[in-house]
Design a protein around this ligand. Structure first.
Ligand code: PLP
Length: 456
Protein backbone atom coordinates (compact mmCIF):
# COMPACT_ATOMS: atom_id res chain seq x y z
CA UNK A 1 0.00 0.00 0.00
CA UNK A 2 2.87 2.33 0.69
CA UNK A 3 5.07 1.27 -2.21
CA UNK A 4 5.45 2.99 -5.55
CA UNK A 5 4.72 0.97 -8.67
CA UNK A 6 3.53 1.66 -12.21
CA UNK A 7 -0.13 1.33 -11.18
CA UNK A 8 0.36 4.06 -8.61
CA UNK A 9 2.00 6.33 -11.17
CA UNK A 10 -0.91 5.76 -13.60
CA UNK A 11 -3.43 6.38 -10.85
CA UNK A 12 -1.69 9.59 -9.82
CA UNK A 13 -1.91 10.85 -13.41
CA UNK A 14 -5.62 9.90 -13.61
CA UNK A 15 -6.38 11.71 -10.39
CA UNK A 16 -4.45 14.78 -11.54
CA UNK A 17 -6.32 14.78 -14.85
CA UNK A 18 -9.63 14.61 -12.99
CA UNK A 19 -8.56 17.48 -10.72
CA UNK A 20 -7.40 19.56 -13.69
CA UNK A 21 -10.70 18.95 -15.51
CA UNK A 22 -12.70 19.89 -12.44
CA UNK A 23 -10.62 22.99 -11.64
CA UNK A 24 -10.66 24.32 -15.20
CA UNK A 25 -14.28 23.42 -16.03
CA UNK A 26 -16.49 26.30 -17.12
CA UNK A 27 -19.70 24.24 -17.14
CA UNK A 28 -20.66 22.16 -14.12
CA UNK A 29 -23.45 19.70 -13.54
CA UNK A 30 -25.74 20.28 -10.61
CA UNK A 31 -26.06 16.57 -9.80
CA UNK A 32 -28.66 15.08 -7.52
CA UNK A 33 -28.75 12.60 -4.67
CA UNK A 34 -29.95 9.03 -5.09
CA UNK A 35 -31.05 6.54 -2.48
CA UNK A 36 -28.22 4.62 -0.81
CA UNK A 37 -29.81 1.40 -2.06
CA UNK A 38 -29.68 2.66 -5.67
CA UNK A 39 -26.05 3.67 -5.32
CA UNK A 40 -25.22 0.32 -3.81
CA UNK A 41 -26.88 -1.42 -6.72
CA UNK A 42 -24.87 0.66 -9.17
CA UNK A 43 -21.46 0.18 -7.58
CA UNK A 44 -21.74 -3.13 -5.69
CA UNK A 45 -19.27 -4.13 -2.99
CA UNK A 46 -16.26 -1.85 -2.98
CA UNK A 47 -14.65 -2.55 0.36
CA UNK A 48 -13.54 -6.17 0.21
CA UNK A 49 -10.64 -8.17 1.68
CA UNK A 50 -8.75 -8.01 -1.64
CA UNK A 51 -9.85 -4.54 -2.74
CA UNK A 52 -11.46 -3.80 -6.12
CA UNK A 53 -8.51 -1.80 -7.43
CA UNK A 54 -7.99 1.93 -7.70
CA UNK A 55 -8.85 2.24 -11.37
CA UNK A 56 -12.14 0.37 -10.93
CA UNK A 57 -13.11 2.37 -7.82
CA UNK A 58 -12.19 5.66 -9.46
CA UNK A 59 -14.34 4.81 -12.48
CA UNK A 60 -17.27 4.10 -10.16
CA UNK A 61 -16.73 7.52 -8.64
CA UNK A 62 -16.67 9.24 -12.02
CA UNK A 63 -19.60 7.32 -13.51
CA UNK A 64 -22.03 6.97 -10.63
CA UNK A 65 -21.00 8.63 -7.42
CA UNK A 66 -19.75 12.12 -8.26
CA UNK A 67 -23.02 13.10 -9.95
CA UNK A 68 -24.98 12.05 -6.86
CA UNK A 69 -23.53 15.21 -5.26
CA UNK A 70 -24.64 18.78 -5.72
CA UNK A 71 -21.47 20.83 -6.11
CA UNK A 72 -21.74 23.99 -4.07
CA UNK A 73 -19.99 26.06 -6.70
CA UNK A 74 -22.59 25.75 -9.45
CA UNK A 75 -23.66 29.34 -10.35
CA UNK A 76 -27.34 28.42 -10.06
CA UNK A 77 -26.88 26.73 -6.69
CA UNK A 78 -28.33 29.52 -4.56
CA UNK A 79 -29.59 27.35 -1.71
CA UNK A 80 -28.57 27.47 1.97
CA UNK A 81 -25.16 29.17 1.98
CA UNK A 82 -23.45 27.97 -1.19
CA UNK A 83 -19.74 28.40 -1.84
CA UNK A 84 -17.36 29.19 -4.61
CA UNK A 85 -13.79 28.26 -3.80
CA UNK A 86 -11.24 29.94 -6.05
CA UNK A 87 -9.33 27.71 -8.42
CA UNK A 88 -6.11 28.70 -6.67
CA UNK A 89 -7.54 27.64 -3.30
CA UNK A 90 -8.73 24.29 -4.68
CA UNK A 91 -5.29 23.67 -6.17
CA UNK A 92 -3.64 24.35 -2.85
CA UNK A 93 -6.08 22.07 -1.08
CA UNK A 94 -4.46 19.32 -3.16
CA UNK A 95 -1.04 20.57 -2.08
CA UNK A 96 -2.19 20.64 1.55
CA UNK A 97 -3.27 17.00 1.34
CA UNK A 98 -0.13 15.91 -0.44
CA UNK A 99 2.08 17.61 2.16
CA UNK A 100 0.88 15.58 5.20
CA UNK A 101 1.23 18.39 7.72
CA UNK A 102 0.06 18.06 11.31
CA UNK A 103 -1.30 21.53 11.98
CA UNK A 104 -1.71 21.42 15.74
CA UNK A 105 1.75 22.51 16.89
CA UNK A 106 4.39 24.82 15.46
CA UNK A 107 7.00 22.17 16.10
CA UNK A 108 5.55 20.00 13.33
CA UNK A 109 3.66 22.48 11.17
CA UNK A 110 5.62 25.75 11.33
CA UNK A 111 5.62 26.41 7.57
CA UNK A 112 1.92 25.69 7.14
CA UNK A 113 0.89 27.50 10.31
CA UNK A 114 3.00 30.52 9.26
CA UNK A 115 0.97 30.72 6.03
CA UNK A 116 -2.33 30.26 7.90
CA UNK A 117 -1.35 33.08 10.22
CA UNK A 118 -0.59 35.42 7.32
CA UNK A 119 -4.12 34.81 6.03
CA UNK A 120 -5.51 35.16 9.55
CA UNK A 121 -3.82 38.57 9.96
CA UNK A 122 -5.82 39.82 7.01
CA UNK A 123 -9.09 38.45 8.40
CA UNK A 124 -8.38 39.95 11.83
CA UNK A 125 -7.55 43.30 10.20
CA UNK A 126 -11.02 43.33 8.62
CA UNK A 127 -12.66 43.08 12.04
CA UNK A 128 -10.96 46.17 13.49
CA UNK A 129 -10.28 44.28 16.74
CA UNK A 130 -7.48 45.88 18.78
CA UNK A 131 -3.79 44.92 18.67
CA UNK A 132 -3.24 41.47 20.17
CA UNK A 133 -6.42 39.98 18.77
CA UNK A 134 -5.87 36.80 16.81
CA UNK A 135 -7.55 33.62 15.66
CA UNK A 136 -7.25 30.11 14.29
CA UNK A 137 -8.88 28.15 11.51
CA UNK A 138 -11.44 25.55 12.54
CA UNK A 139 -13.46 22.92 10.72
CA UNK A 140 -16.32 25.42 10.29
CA UNK A 141 -18.67 27.86 11.96
CA UNK A 142 -20.11 25.29 14.35
CA UNK A 143 -16.67 24.40 15.72
CA UNK A 144 -15.73 28.09 15.86
CA UNK A 145 -18.90 28.96 17.79
CA UNK A 146 -18.28 26.04 20.14
CA UNK A 147 -14.65 27.08 20.72
CA UNK A 148 -15.72 30.66 21.49
CA UNK A 149 -18.51 29.57 23.83
CA UNK A 150 -16.18 27.24 25.74
CA UNK A 151 -13.69 30.11 26.11
CA UNK A 152 -16.42 32.46 27.34
CA UNK A 153 -17.78 29.92 29.81
CA UNK A 154 -14.35 28.95 31.18
CA UNK A 155 -13.45 32.60 31.58
CA UNK A 156 -16.69 33.21 33.50
CA UNK A 157 -16.03 30.23 35.73
CA UNK A 158 -12.64 31.59 36.77
CA UNK A 159 -14.76 33.42 39.33
CA UNK A 160 -15.34 30.94 42.17
CA UNK A 161 -18.85 32.25 42.61
CA UNK A 162 -19.85 30.71 39.26
CA UNK A 163 -17.82 27.48 39.43
CA UNK A 164 -20.87 25.31 39.94
CA UNK A 165 -23.43 27.41 38.09
CA UNK A 166 -25.01 26.22 34.87
CA UNK A 167 -24.43 29.04 32.42
CA UNK A 168 -26.95 30.96 30.37
CA UNK A 169 -26.48 32.81 27.09
CA UNK A 170 -28.77 35.21 25.24
CA UNK A 171 -29.19 35.27 21.50
CA UNK A 172 -32.12 35.83 19.13
CA UNK A 173 -34.24 33.44 17.09
CA UNK A 174 -32.34 34.71 14.05
CA UNK A 175 -29.15 33.05 15.36
CA UNK A 176 -27.89 29.98 13.54
CA UNK A 177 -28.98 26.54 14.78
CA UNK A 178 -25.38 25.77 15.75
CA UNK A 179 -25.58 28.21 18.67
CA UNK A 180 -28.36 26.20 20.29
CA UNK A 181 -26.75 22.90 19.33
CA UNK A 182 -23.36 23.88 20.79
CA UNK A 183 -24.99 25.26 23.94
CA UNK A 184 -26.37 21.75 24.40
CA UNK A 185 -22.89 20.30 23.99
CA UNK A 186 -21.50 22.47 26.78
CA UNK A 187 -24.70 22.17 28.82
CA UNK A 188 -25.62 25.84 29.01
CA UNK A 189 -29.11 27.25 28.61
CA UNK A 190 -30.09 29.61 25.81
CA UNK A 191 -32.57 32.43 26.12
CA UNK A 192 -33.92 33.48 22.72
CA UNK A 193 -35.05 37.03 22.08
CA UNK A 194 -38.10 36.61 19.87
CA UNK A 195 -36.95 38.50 16.80
CA UNK A 196 -35.65 37.31 13.50
CA UNK A 197 -35.05 40.91 12.55
CA UNK A 198 -32.17 43.11 13.77
CA UNK A 199 -31.45 42.56 17.48
CA UNK A 200 -30.88 45.94 19.16
CA UNK A 201 -29.14 46.72 22.43
CA UNK A 202 -32.44 48.09 23.75
CA UNK A 203 -34.23 44.73 23.42
CA UNK A 204 -31.23 42.95 24.87
CA UNK A 205 -31.25 45.27 27.91
CA UNK A 206 -34.99 44.72 28.36
CA UNK A 207 -34.46 40.96 28.26
CA UNK A 208 -31.65 41.11 30.81
CA UNK A 209 -33.60 43.43 33.12
CA UNK A 210 -36.54 41.03 33.09
CA UNK A 211 -34.41 38.12 34.35
CA UNK A 212 -34.95 37.00 37.94
CA UNK A 213 -31.78 37.42 40.01
CA UNK A 214 -30.99 33.70 39.97
CA UNK A 215 -31.08 33.67 36.14
CA UNK A 216 -29.13 36.92 35.82
CA UNK A 217 -26.41 35.31 37.90
CA UNK A 218 -26.10 32.48 35.35
CA UNK A 219 -25.89 34.79 32.35
CA UNK A 220 -22.35 34.98 30.98
CA UNK A 221 -22.54 35.70 27.22
CA UNK A 222 -24.50 37.27 24.40
CA UNK A 223 -24.32 35.97 20.84
CA UNK A 224 -25.13 38.45 18.09
CA UNK A 225 -25.25 37.53 14.42
CA UNK A 226 -23.29 39.29 11.69
CA UNK A 227 -25.45 38.17 8.82
CA UNK A 228 -28.24 35.75 9.70
CA UNK A 229 -28.28 32.60 7.62
CA UNK A 230 -31.91 32.97 6.69
CA UNK A 231 -32.02 36.63 5.69
CA UNK A 232 -28.54 38.21 5.92
CA UNK A 233 -29.57 40.46 8.81
CA UNK A 234 -26.82 42.05 10.90
CA UNK A 235 -27.65 42.73 14.54
CA UNK A 236 -26.95 46.22 15.91
CA UNK A 237 -23.50 45.32 17.13
CA UNK A 238 -22.55 48.69 18.62
CA UNK A 239 -25.52 48.97 20.96
CA UNK A 240 -25.18 45.28 21.91
CA UNK A 241 -21.51 45.94 22.74
CA UNK A 242 -22.63 48.82 25.03
CA UNK A 243 -24.89 46.47 26.98
CA UNK A 244 -22.31 43.67 27.16
CA UNK A 245 -19.72 46.11 28.50
CA UNK A 246 -22.12 47.59 31.05
CA UNK A 247 -23.31 44.13 32.17
CA UNK A 248 -19.88 42.50 32.07
CA UNK A 249 -20.93 39.84 29.55
CA UNK A 250 -18.88 38.06 26.91
CA UNK A 251 -19.83 39.39 23.47
CA UNK A 252 -19.61 36.87 20.63
CA UNK A 253 -20.46 37.73 17.03
CA UNK A 254 -21.36 34.84 14.75
CA UNK A 255 -20.38 36.15 11.33
CA UNK A 256 -19.85 32.68 9.86
CA UNK A 257 -21.78 33.61 6.73
CA UNK A 258 -21.64 37.43 6.72
CA UNK A 259 -18.01 37.82 7.78
CA UNK A 260 -16.76 37.87 4.21
CA UNK A 261 -18.68 41.13 3.73
CA UNK A 262 -16.30 42.83 6.18
CA UNK A 263 -14.07 43.09 3.12
CA UNK A 264 -16.72 45.02 1.15
CA UNK A 265 -16.49 48.80 1.57
CA UNK A 266 -20.14 49.25 0.58
CA UNK A 267 -21.50 47.42 3.65
CA UNK A 268 -18.63 47.52 6.15
CA UNK A 269 -20.39 50.19 8.24
CA UNK A 270 -23.22 47.73 8.99
CA UNK A 271 -20.77 45.77 11.13
CA UNK A 272 -19.72 48.74 13.29
CA UNK A 273 -19.29 47.50 16.84
CA UNK A 274 -17.79 44.14 15.81
CA UNK A 275 -14.40 45.57 16.85
CA UNK A 276 -15.71 45.65 20.44
CA UNK A 277 -16.55 41.94 20.58
CA UNK A 278 -14.68 39.32 22.61
CA UNK A 279 -14.85 36.69 19.90
CA UNK A 280 -15.96 36.34 16.29
CA UNK A 281 -16.76 33.43 14.00
CA UNK A 282 -16.05 33.83 10.28
CA UNK A 283 -16.22 30.97 7.76
CA UNK A 284 -13.73 31.33 4.91
CA UNK A 285 -15.50 28.33 3.32
CA UNK A 286 -18.57 30.51 2.89
CA UNK A 287 -17.82 34.01 1.61
CA UNK A 288 -14.04 33.93 1.48
CA UNK A 289 -13.94 31.43 -1.34
CA UNK A 290 -12.08 28.60 0.46
CA UNK A 291 -12.77 24.92 -0.11
CA UNK A 292 -14.39 22.93 2.71
CA UNK A 293 -13.71 22.82 5.42
CA UNK A 294 -12.45 26.11 6.74
CA UNK A 295 -13.96 28.18 9.52
CA UNK A 296 -12.24 30.64 11.82
CA UNK A 297 -12.56 31.78 15.42
CA UNK A 298 -10.99 35.08 16.46
CA UNK A 299 -10.47 36.36 19.98
CA UNK A 300 -9.85 39.84 21.31
CA UNK A 301 -7.68 38.22 23.97
CA UNK A 302 -6.32 34.88 22.70
CA UNK A 303 -4.78 34.12 26.11
CA UNK A 304 -8.29 33.47 27.45
CA UNK A 305 -8.82 30.89 24.71
CA UNK A 306 -5.49 29.29 25.53
CA UNK A 307 -6.48 28.94 29.18
CA UNK A 308 -9.68 27.23 28.09
CA UNK A 309 -8.41 24.98 25.31
CA UNK A 310 -4.77 24.09 25.70
CA UNK A 311 -4.43 20.33 26.30
CA UNK A 312 -2.08 18.77 28.83
CA UNK A 313 -0.43 15.36 28.65
CA UNK A 314 3.04 13.96 29.25
CA UNK A 315 3.30 13.16 25.52
CA UNK A 316 2.62 16.84 24.77
CA UNK A 317 5.21 18.27 27.20
CA UNK A 318 7.80 18.59 24.44
CA UNK A 319 5.69 21.34 22.88
CA UNK A 320 6.33 23.52 25.92
CA UNK A 321 10.08 23.16 25.45
CA UNK A 322 12.12 26.18 24.37
CA UNK A 323 13.14 24.44 21.12
CA UNK A 324 9.49 23.85 20.12
CA UNK A 325 8.12 27.30 20.81
CA UNK A 326 5.80 28.95 18.34
CA UNK A 327 2.10 29.47 17.67
CA UNK A 328 0.12 26.31 18.39
CA UNK A 329 -3.36 26.43 16.80
CA UNK A 330 -4.57 23.58 18.98
CA UNK A 331 -4.41 25.88 22.03
CA UNK A 332 -7.22 28.12 20.78
CA UNK A 333 -10.00 25.76 19.68
CA UNK A 334 -11.49 22.36 20.41
CA UNK A 335 -9.41 20.18 18.10
CA UNK A 336 -5.95 18.67 18.62
CA UNK A 337 -4.86 17.02 15.36
CA UNK A 338 -5.86 19.31 12.53
CA UNK A 339 -5.27 19.86 8.86
CA UNK A 340 -3.67 23.23 8.01
CA UNK A 341 -6.99 24.15 6.50
CA UNK A 342 -6.15 27.85 6.21
CA UNK A 343 -3.40 27.04 3.70
CA UNK A 344 -5.62 27.07 0.57
CA UNK A 345 -6.94 30.50 1.60
CA UNK A 346 -3.41 31.80 2.10
CA UNK A 347 -2.34 30.63 -1.37
CA UNK A 348 -5.40 32.16 -2.99
CA UNK A 349 -4.89 35.46 -1.15
CA UNK A 350 -1.22 35.48 -2.10
CA UNK A 351 -2.08 34.68 -5.72
CA UNK A 352 -4.86 37.20 -6.25
CA UNK A 353 -4.42 39.87 -3.59
CA UNK A 354 -7.06 41.12 -1.17
CA UNK A 355 -8.56 43.60 -3.67
CA UNK A 356 -9.87 40.72 -5.77
CA UNK A 357 -11.56 39.34 -2.67
CA UNK A 358 -13.26 42.69 -2.09
CA UNK A 359 -14.49 42.72 -5.70
CA UNK A 360 -15.80 39.15 -5.55
CA UNK A 361 -17.73 39.84 -2.33
CA UNK A 362 -19.10 43.10 -3.76
CA UNK A 363 -20.37 41.08 -6.73
CA UNK A 364 -22.41 38.84 -4.38
CA UNK A 365 -23.93 41.95 -2.80
CA UNK A 366 -24.64 43.40 -6.24
CA UNK A 367 -26.33 40.18 -7.40
CA UNK A 368 -28.71 40.41 -4.43
CA UNK A 369 -29.63 43.97 -5.46
CA UNK A 370 -30.10 42.88 -9.09
CA UNK A 371 -32.34 40.02 -7.93
CA UNK A 372 -34.32 42.48 -5.78
CA UNK A 373 -34.92 44.71 -8.81
CA UNK A 374 -35.89 41.79 -11.08
CA UNK A 375 -38.33 40.50 -8.46
CA UNK A 376 -39.89 43.94 -8.05
CA UNK A 377 -40.41 44.21 -11.81
CA UNK A 378 -41.83 40.69 -12.15
CA UNK A 379 -45.63 40.36 -12.06
CA UNK A 380 -45.75 36.97 -10.26
CA UNK A 381 -43.27 37.47 -7.45
CA UNK A 382 -42.64 40.07 -4.75
CA UNK A 383 -39.98 40.81 -2.17
CA UNK A 384 -40.69 39.70 1.39
CA UNK A 385 -38.11 42.21 2.61
CA UNK A 386 -35.35 44.23 0.98
CA UNK A 387 -32.25 42.18 0.14
CA UNK A 388 -29.83 42.07 3.05
CA UNK A 389 -26.19 41.27 2.40
CA UNK A 390 -26.47 38.60 -0.30
CA UNK A 391 -29.78 37.06 0.86
CA UNK A 392 -33.06 37.71 -0.91
CA UNK A 393 -36.40 36.49 0.45
CA UNK A 394 -39.29 36.63 -1.97
CA UNK A 395 -42.70 35.08 -2.47
CA UNK A 396 -44.45 33.68 -5.50
CA UNK A 397 -47.86 35.33 -5.27
CA UNK A 398 -50.54 32.72 -4.65
CA UNK A 399 -48.23 29.80 -3.87
CA UNK A 400 -48.75 27.42 -0.97
CA UNK A 401 -45.80 25.79 0.88
CA UNK A 402 -46.10 22.60 -1.19
CA UNK A 403 -45.80 24.63 -4.42
CA UNK A 404 -42.37 25.88 -3.35
CA UNK A 405 -41.25 22.34 -2.49
CA UNK A 406 -42.50 20.98 -5.79
CA UNK A 407 -40.80 23.83 -7.70
CA UNK A 408 -37.49 23.19 -5.91
CA UNK A 409 -37.56 19.47 -6.77
CA UNK A 410 -38.58 20.14 -10.34
CA UNK A 411 -35.71 22.56 -11.04
CA UNK A 412 -33.29 20.27 -9.28
CA UNK A 413 -34.47 17.16 -11.17
CA UNK A 414 -33.91 19.02 -14.45
CA UNK A 415 -30.35 19.75 -13.36
CA UNK A 416 -31.19 23.43 -13.83
CA UNK A 417 -30.92 25.07 -10.40
CA UNK A 418 -31.02 24.48 -6.68
CA UNK A 419 -33.10 27.12 -4.90
CA UNK A 420 -34.78 26.01 -1.69
CA UNK A 421 -37.66 27.47 0.32
CA UNK A 422 -37.42 28.81 3.86
CA UNK A 423 -39.79 30.33 6.39
CA UNK A 424 -40.06 33.96 7.39
CA UNK A 425 -41.81 35.07 10.58
CA UNK A 426 -44.63 37.36 9.59
CA UNK A 427 -46.30 38.63 12.80
CA UNK A 428 -47.05 35.42 14.67
CA UNK A 429 -47.13 33.29 11.55
CA UNK A 430 -44.30 31.60 9.70
CA UNK A 431 -44.72 32.07 5.96
CA UNK A 432 -43.04 29.74 3.45
CA UNK A 433 -41.07 31.83 0.95
CA UNK A 434 -38.27 31.39 -1.57
CA UNK A 435 -34.69 32.41 -0.84
CA UNK A 436 -31.59 33.25 -2.84
CA UNK A 437 -28.15 33.39 -1.27
CA UNK A 438 -25.46 34.73 -3.60
CA UNK A 439 -21.81 33.84 -3.09
CA UNK A 440 -20.57 32.77 -6.50
CA UNK A 441 -19.38 35.76 -8.56
CA UNK A 442 -19.99 33.69 -11.72
CA UNK A 443 -23.76 33.76 -11.18
CA UNK A 444 -25.24 36.05 -13.84
CA UNK A 445 -28.28 38.30 -14.15
CA UNK A 446 -29.46 35.86 -16.82
CA UNK A 447 -29.31 32.98 -14.30
CA UNK A 448 -31.61 34.92 -11.97
CA UNK A 449 -34.01 35.81 -14.80
CA UNK A 450 -34.19 32.17 -15.91
CA UNK A 451 -34.89 30.97 -12.37
CA UNK A 452 -37.67 33.54 -11.92
CA UNK A 453 -39.13 32.48 -15.29
CA UNK A 454 -39.64 28.98 -13.90
CA UNK A 455 -42.05 30.49 -11.36
CA UNK A 456 -44.34 31.97 -13.99
C1 PLP B 1 -24.46 32.33 10.84
C2 PLP B 1 -23.95 30.92 10.79
N1 PLP B 1 -23.33 30.40 11.87
C3 PLP B 1 -22.86 29.15 11.89
C4 PLP B 1 -23.00 28.33 10.80
C5 PLP B 1 -22.46 26.92 10.86
O1 PLP B 1 -21.32 26.85 10.09
P1 PLP B 1 -20.72 25.43 9.60
O2 PLP B 1 -21.78 24.83 8.74
O3 PLP B 1 -19.49 25.83 8.87
O4 PLP B 1 -20.44 24.62 10.80
C6 PLP B 1 -23.65 28.81 9.65
C7 PLP B 1 -23.84 27.94 8.48
O5 PLP B 1 -24.53 28.27 7.54
C8 PLP B 1 -24.12 30.14 9.64
O6 PLP B 1 -24.73 30.66 8.56
Amino acid sequence: MHKIDIELVDMTLDVMKYAIDRISATQRQIGKPRKASELKQLVGETVTPEGVGGEYAFNLWKEHLMNANVPVDHPRNLAFVPASPTRAAIMFDLVTSASSIHGAYWMEGAGGIFCENEAMKWIVSLTGLPEGAFGVFTSGGTAANLSAMVTARENWRLNDEFKREKGLIITSIGAHSSIKAMAKVIDVDVLLVDTEDVLHGKELKKTIDALPESERKRLFAVVATGGTTNAGIIDELDSIADICEAENLWFHVDAAYGGGALAADSVRHLFNGIERSDSITIDPHKWMFSPYDCGAVIYKNPELAKNAHSQQGSYLDIFKDEGAHGFNPTDYQIQLTRRVRGLPLWFSLATHGTDRYKEAVERGLELAQIAGKLITEHPNVELVRDPSLSCVLYRRIGWKPEDYTHWTYENHAKGFALVTPTKWKNGNEFETVSRFCFINPDTTEEDIKLILQTME
